[in-house]
Design a protein around this ligand. Sequence first.
Ligand SMILES: NC(=O)c1ccc[n+]([C@@H]2O[C@H](COP(=O)([O-])OP(=O)(O)OC[C@H]3O[C@@H](n4cnc5c(N)ncnc54)[C@H](OP(=O)(O)O)[C@@H]3O)[C@@H](O)[C@H]2O)c1
Length: 322
Amino acid sequence: MFAVYAESLNPDDPLKGLVVGERPDPEVPQGWTTVTVKAASLNHHDLWSLRGQGLKAEALPMILGCDAAGVDEDGNPVVVHAVISRPDWQGDETTDPRRSLLSEVHQGTFADKVVVPRRNVLPLPAGFSVAEAACLPTAWLTAYRMLFTRGGLKPGETVLIQGAGGGVATALITLARAAGLRVLATSRDEAKRARALEIGAHEVFASGERLPVKVDAVMETVGRATWKHSVRSLRPGGTLVVSGTTSGPNLDDALLTNIFFLQLRVIGSTMGTSGELASLVSLLDATGTRPLIDRVLPMEQAREGFEAMARGDVFGKIVFTR
Ligand SMILES: NC(=O)c1ccc[n+]([C@@H]2O[C@H](COP(=O)([O-])OP(=O)(O)OC[C@H]3O[C@@H](n4cnc5c(N)ncnc54)[C@H](OP(=O)(O)O)[C@@H]3O)[C@@H](O)[C@H]2O)c1
């Protein structure tokens, strides 16, 4: 079958190991099922995989892609939940210590077909295109959990979102605005700051710029480049939710003194449960909001999407279609 996969890993030149080609049809273990992929969205996770972060050399070749929307074996439109927990795991799938994301242990979604546990297949929400639905399971679900489950944010509170252009960041801006929060966002790029205002930010700032107010919470996916600004932007007792480190995980200074003296809360967050995916769909339905798509490309042109993401030339989600 057609597939976009990692043939080798390269920390400095991730696209070197990317192949747009053919892989054998997948085998279907007991209790798993086949989804025919119609749309799949690109995540920074796919670049990390090619760099060898989260993907081991012994798992190669590995079809990339966490997210998919398509049709199940009976022809019903479906969306795939990307968190694979053990079959006997009960409750929050993200807390199974042996969970994985599609394309880490099991083959991913950038292909004609993907094989997943039956419980990871959910009906495609009515009123969503396959391209929109393909944005939900990773970036949008992560944003939902960061804001509401882990961040515990309430309408009327003020949130700062770092690195406005990213897939997760644009989801954070849209969801935060839809939920009645005051939304501040940063970006390195003036054009992206203007776009952030269009999609719901109340105020935008250059990366690192001092804010006129202290915020209740910061949503952090950039890491090293924005960490200090995130800590310094919080009010006493405020909350920093971190789910990613695009610019790197190693901090020059974690500002620990600020963290204890101002009694800040630093909270990790990762992906989300299938229940949260359903709540996310409900929120989008109720507010009439939809995932922001930067561009849609035929899956054969996946390399073009990877290159754009590696350059940081993205505002919203890149979606591949079959
Ligand atoms: N834990 C989880 O479950 C989970 C789930 C999804 C994503 N993530 C992580 O979250 C991060 C974002 O993912 P994504 O798919 O949204 O990636 P993306 O679409 O590539 O977004 C990256 C954004 O980060 C900002 N950025 C990058 N380098 C920066 C720098 N040096 N200084 C300031 N800003 C910088 C950019 O914002 P501007 O250009 O606007 O400044 C860029 O738009 C990734 O690290 C990913 O691995 C984690």
